[in-house]
Design a protein around this ligand. Sequence first.
Ligand SMILES: O=C(O)CCC(=O)C(=O)O
Length: 277
Amino acid sequence: MDAVWIEQYRRDGYVVVPGLFNAEETRMYRDHFMTFRPEKPSDSDPRNQNLYEGDPLKLYSRLMMPHRTDETSFNWLIEPRINHWLTALLGSEPYAVQTMVYYKPAGARGQALHQDQFYLRVNPGTCMAAWMALDDCDEENGCLQVVPGTQDIPVLCSKEADMEESFTGDTVDLPEGMTPVPVLMKAGDVLFFNGQLVHGSYANTSQGRFRRALIGHYIVGEAERVAQWYHPVLRMDGSEVEFGVSQWGGRCGVWVDQDGQPVAELVGTETRQRFTE
Ligand SMILES: O=C(O)CCC(=O)C(=O)O
């Protein structure tokens, strides 16, 4: 693999691999997940039920952990091309713990800025996401937004998100001058990003375009514990592996000024109740 990709991943905390899945495969996943859909919003976060009248997410709520019952999702989670990139970027083979499908129809809210490690609590180490675009995505239909360079900061103290804008309730502060950048992708591209990277998305403001994504979450090979919701933990050959359960709570990062530069220091204490992602 080209060292440029690895260097880019280390520098920015993310990398987009164009066309990792071809048009036919991508269409297959799109069609599959339009049939294999949740009948009601996930109850993993009670705040997700707090939907307004006419909310498009009532019909197109995100699908959580489909790989636990659906072979197509399971096979995608441990797909050799995904494993190849994860292993190259991380330096060793990870474990697989989560799948999700986001439909994000026209008019749907986004997901406030957050870090995946806030939910997964991998220890030691962190998690990594493979975010596959099932539709072309841009700012109009609410593409993913990432904050480059945040991949090395600790898990930040969370605060209440604005649920008029976000369908999830947790978010984090960014210091002045640090802003998210849109990740423009074509259907079939896969974005890999580190678990500490601050990311999220804004609303789908298009007139009729979906912004569907198939997402896998992985944990580094040296990890020993992960939050309960992510069990069972799988090897990349699909077999289950014994894992410890990490706990909530403890210290969290707060932005402080250090010689005129914002630095996230572990000086906060987590107080908010946390829900699974
Ligand atoms: O796709 C989105 O809008 C957000 C996805 C996300 O935050 C995640 O996969 O952790």
